[in-house]
Design a protein around this ligand. Structure first.
Ligand code: BGC
Length: 739
């Protein structure tokens, strides 16, 4: 912290304490209560509650006149004049919708992600919102879980870097600046491990797995100064996160020394009783307050019971004061005591050209080219007579926005069909057939029209996947193949012999092993947001080139889940030699117990597309991997470098990735872990040396005793364009002090 920042923090602390001294217990509990205020007007009961100082925060009101009226009631008509926190789920844009978070994560570009958050913050702030419930940084290793769409993927390091970038984007340099809003790291913690990918389900996470995999992105967000955190709906080893003293006190407050505001999730305090963790609402209020949840969202157990819990000395005034301090601190940092009102005229209009341009750039950078046989892409419009555009997502302004777009405005959306027509003009005929009514439709009635169109076309671009409602909160799937009749449609179109380009608009990785066989190229664009159409059209036509890499593994079939690159080795890892496919087993083959390894009989042991995978319109080779030293000392550092060469036909951007394996550990270690990455632009024919620096700190992990340790020993390191890269070197970490 700079001297100026620490002086400011000290002055805020003084103001918080001075205000706290004047507060009654009822007013304190008011600051710990957040209510739903959606509706565009202030109902009488809310008016009275705000005037009475019984509410510290509202959520879901985005009508700026109503928000200003609520602030006026709080500031001018309540006894102490404390302004309100105004919360909203601004997840991937406000009016201008950016790609869903898993899409943005495919850019591996912290600057781009931060810019998106900044624009979202600005548009939301113009409506009086001063707090977003984002970023969601739950590690997601189960694509059945609908909220994988909202996540930054399966890797703790990548999610940490990008999550911190989002925090910086939302909060800006100073929370008090116009257009800055408080961020919220959610859901603390472990939510992504919900069993069977079913939302809200239980999680069982051993402490070292929790610390090595699920907590690092939250630590990164806290280090980036995130103003608030939200607890998870899920339980962790039987203790709901919303009453989890280990997470909320031991880790967050004692270890990380965070004074961020902790808010519950929607009614998650009341749900403690439903979990079977508490007797009733009073007990729930006790458990949550005791664990350190500063603010209750939506339910009213604090409002109803906290005062009596304090009178009965079950919750101390000190505990209440700590919670209220955490709330007030955010209000002071936001500058709300100086300027509680929002003047929309002080902001640029939403969805202005600059915002749309940024959304376009984000959609371009989010696209991942999964497959491109025989350079099927890019298309050369001048050489094509007719382009068949097929599929329910090719011309749907709403569905391309994806999940969690409360405020997204589909009227700004530009679709793929429209953009292709605009871009191509009269160079070729762009004709459209929907093929199926929705992504879920099972009927084949409209196939004939699509097939006839494909038959007379030179190329068929199928825009298939999942409509927005099939992912996101509570929208989980047990079978993650292409829904409805889409695969049959794809097959029918492919049977015409026309070249097939599959544009995959989806909220999650899909199990596409059988589907991709029918496509020459597959471009995964996730739900690309407002500017998806122009971005995709330009990518298809080669005006722009894909550069995204997967932040999450694509399985071949649903039954492979969980499948992620950073798995542990087991004592019997599979090899190509030991692998046996079900068809190759002879009838009445005898069972043997020797020589067996870990795999499924009915699918390959690799994923369809690994973490980090993504093609471009050029071809990059990696050569001459080197390390500055073979011996890394505990107080030293090591440089690992490689030559990256663009040997393909065009300029390109490559995301260069460094992976490390710790060969022997106090606990068994993942077969690979991402440690660093960088985006590199390479002109055609260009060779560039890329270097990364590693220190022992980068190799630390939580061992058996749940403490962070750095162990001497051998390490492997790879640099390449995906987690499956084979270009490897090694080094030894040496602890001189023990010699
Ligand atoms: C979700 C949160 C969200 C909250 C407020 C809950 O159902 O789990 O992520 O921020 O609602 O809308």
């Amino acid at each position: 912290m700079t001297r100026a920042a620490s002086l400011r923090a000290a002055s805020i602390e003084q103001q918080v304490n001075a205000l706290l001294e004047r507060m009654t217990l009822e007013e304190k509990i008011g600051q710990m209560s957040q209510v739903n205020a959606a509706g565009g007007h202030v109902p009488a009961h809310l008016r009275e509650a705000v005037r009475g100082g019984r509410i510290g925060s509202v959520l879901n009101e985005v009508d700026v006149t109503t928000v200003n009226e609520l602030q006026r009631l709080a500031v001018e008509e309540s006894r102490l004049g404390i302004p309100l926190l105004v919360g909203r789920d601004v997840i991937h844009g406000f009016k201008t919708v950016f790609p869903i978070p898993i899409g943005q994560a495919s850019s591996w570009d912290p600057t781009l992600v931060s810019t998106g958050a900044r624009i979202a913050a600005d548009e939301a702030a113009a409506h009086g919102v001063n707090w977003t419930f984002a970023p969601m940084i739950d590690i997601a290793r189960d694509p059945r879980w609908g909220r994988v769409a909202e996540s930054l993927g399966e890797d703790p390091y990548l999610a940490g870097v990008l999550g911190a970038a989002m925090v910086r984007g939302f909060q800006g340099d100073d929370l008090a600046d116009r257009g800055s809003i408080a961020a919220c790291a959610k859901h603390f913690a472990g939510y992504g491990a919900s069993e069977s990918g079913r939302d809200y389900n239980s999680t069982n996470i051993p402490e070292n797995e929790l610390r090595n995999v699920y907590l690092p992105p939250f630590k990164a967000a806290v280090d980036a100064g995130v103003a608030t955190l939200m607890t998870s709906f899920s339980d962790l080893d039987g203790v709901p996160a919303t009453a989890n003293t280990f997470l909320l006190r031991d880790v967050l407050r004692d270890e990380w020394r965070s004074d961020a505001l902790v808010v519950s999730d929607w009614e998650s305090i009341r749900q403690l009783a439903v979990h079977g963790f508490t007797e009733d609402d009073r007990d729930s209020a006790y458990q949550a307050a005791n664990a350190g949840v500063d603010m209750e969202m939506a339910s009213t157990t604090y409002a109803d019971h906290l005062a009596s819990l304090v009178h009965d000395k079950r919750i101390s005034m000190q505990q209440v004061d700590t919670a209220v301090r955490n709330v007030l601190r955010v209000k002071f940092r936001l500058g709300l005591f100086d300027e509680p009102y929002t003047d929309p005229a002080a902001f640029l209009p939403a969805a202005n050209d600059a915002h749309l341009q940024a959304a376009y750039d984000a959609a371009v950078a989010s696209a991942v080219l999964l497959k491109n046989d025989d350079w099927a892409l890019p298309l050369h419009a001048d050489q094509l007579g007719t382009i068949a555009v097929i599929g329910p997502l090719a011309d749907d302004p709403y569905e391309q926005l994806g999940t969690w777009v409360f405020d997204g405005d589909a009227s700004h959306s530009r679709t793929v069909l429209r953009a292709l027509r605009e871009r191509i003009g009269d160079r070729a005929d762009v004709a459209y057939a929907r093929g199926v009514a929705t992504t879920r439709s099972r009927g084949h009635d409209d196939f004939a029209e699509a097939v006839a169109l494909a038959e007379r076309a030179d190329v068929a671009v199928l825009v298939l996947g999942e409509e927005a409602i099939l992912s996101g909160e509570a929208h989980c799937r047990a079978d993650i193949t292409l829904p409805g009749a889409q695969e049959a449609l794809l097959k029918a179109v492919a049977a015409t012999g026309t070249k097939v380009i599959l544009v995959l608009m989806t909220g999650r990785p899909l199990a596409l092993e059988s589907a991709v066989r029918h496509a020459h190229a597959v471009l995964c664009v996730w739900h690309p947001g407002t500017m998806g159409g122009p971005a995709i059209a330009d990518l298809l036509l080669g005006e722009r080139a894909p550069s995204g890499k997967l932040p999450v593994t694509f399985p071949r079939v649903t039954g492979q889940i969980p499948i992620y690159y950073a798995h542990r080795n087991t004592g019997k890892p599979v090899t190509h030699e030991s692998y046996v496919f079900i068809d190759d087993i002879e009838a009445r083959a005898p069972q043997v117990s020797v020589g067996n390894t870990s795999f499924h009989l009915d699918t390959a042991f690799t994923p369809l597309y690994p973490f980090g995978h993504g093609l471009s319109y050029s071809h990059v080779e990696y050569e001459h991997l080197w390390t500055s030293t073979a011996v890394l000392r505990m107080n030293g550092s090591l440089t690992i470098g490689v030559d990256v060469v663009n040997v393909g036909p065009r300029d390109t951007t490559e995301i260069v990735q460094l992976y490390v394996r710790d060969l022997v550990g106090d606990i068994t270690r993942p077969v690979r872990e991402l440690k660093a990455f960088t985006r590199v632009s390479l002109a055609r024919g260009e060779r560039r040396q890329v270097e990364f620096t590693l220190t022992p700190r980068d190799l630390a992990f939580f061992g058996r005793a749940h403490r962070l340790i750095v162990e001497p020993g051998r390490f492997h390191a790879w640099i390449g364009g995906s987690s499956a890269t084979e270009l490897r070197t090694e080094f030894v970490l040496v602890d001189d002090s023990t010699r």
